[in-house]
Design a protein around this ligand. Sequence first.
Ligand SMILES: O=P(O)(O)O[C@H]1O[C@H](CO)[C@@H](O)[C@H]1O
Ligand SMILES: [Mn+2]
Ligand SMILES: [Mn+2]
Length: 400
Amino acid sequence: MPRAFVLVLDSVGIGGAPDAARYGDAGADTVGHIAEACARGAADRPGLRTGPLALPNLARLGLGEACRLATGRVPPGLADGGTPAGGFGCAAETSRGKDTPSGHWEIAGCPVTFDWGYFPKTMPSFPPDLVAALCREADLPGILGDCHASGTEIIAALGEEHVRTGRPICYTSADSVFQIAAHEEAFGLDRLYAVCRVARRLVDPLTVGRVIARPFTGATRDGFVRTGNRKDLAVPPPAATMLDAAEAAGRDVITVGKIGDIFAHRSTGREWPASGNAALLDRTLDGADALADGGLLFANFIDFDSLYGHRRDVAGYAAALEAFDRRLPELFARLRTGDLVVITADHGCDPTWPGTDHTREQVPVLTYGAGTAPLGRMPSYAAIAAMVTRHLAIGWRPAI
Ligand SMILES: O=P(O)(O)O[C@H]1O[C@H](CO)[C@@H](O)[C@H]1O
Ligand SMILES: [Mn+2]
Ligand SMILES: [Mn+2]
């Protein structure tokens, strides 16, 4: 029986979302702008990477052609010349949020048809009664932050005060999130998770997508670093997904990285978390060896987004793409006859764009293995779930 592998390169958008202007993102193009910066020598970091963007394996699968479908242009360095070795297309998101759960749930066949609750870009950002309830129920002496922020900038600005006062740093973004940063030793990791569980219950009535624990270590503002112990407390998807369908059909399911958290651990099978893209790819390769016939592996590669997109680090993002590309053949070498690999993304996070938030973009859909026909413009990410469940011969299709 054939197997399916869905790899989500978190935030690797390819520009051109038809509704981008509504988000202030008209013209954003994560892959296109990175490739252009590389081509003009603006993404050189000696010791890390230099020169034009080199993604030979993704280009061979048709990444450049997927970009052409999305924007009309092939970014520099992504023209392959030959016939793409895989099926390629681009997909637009129907869910209104440009966040990680919305993107992943839609990929899995469950678009978000309601509006998430967001916190305003004011100071304070959170409703005072929410903060009061959190302090009372989690026994906190108060909170710091209470605003929109970049997670790395706010721990540098407020980390020392946090350690001194015991007040956790609470912040949000353009996503539907309530994020809590606290020092792993001074505040305690278990205590941070406990505070997040209280916050999760309190923001449920506000339709907030995720409460995220953001632990960090270090002694001074220049030395604070976030650890791999991040934990996302998400609400479960509002309807069935391809994971539910695979589980109901008795198939083997392996979820790598953040997928377990993103789906609130519903039908997420064997969960294999890992920290960092290299370890995530290692786990994916282990999964290619371990996944039973007829099984589904679903992996998320978070570094593109959290380490480079939100940090607006063009050279770092380019290097991460190149590192992923270099290792793709290791996965292909482990495939069995009839296996299907789908490489896609959940939203954009253009590192050349103002601010530090996600960008509303189309995403690439590249397939390798079974079925190499061009996929064209897909009107919903849910077309991926349809393709995967058809391939696995599971009698469930998302409503598209
Ligand atoms: O700036 P950091 O803390 O990385 O936060 C980013 O990560 C969050 C979750 O993906 C987004 O909402 C965005 O705010
Ligand atoms: Mn994401
Ligand atoms: Mn993000």
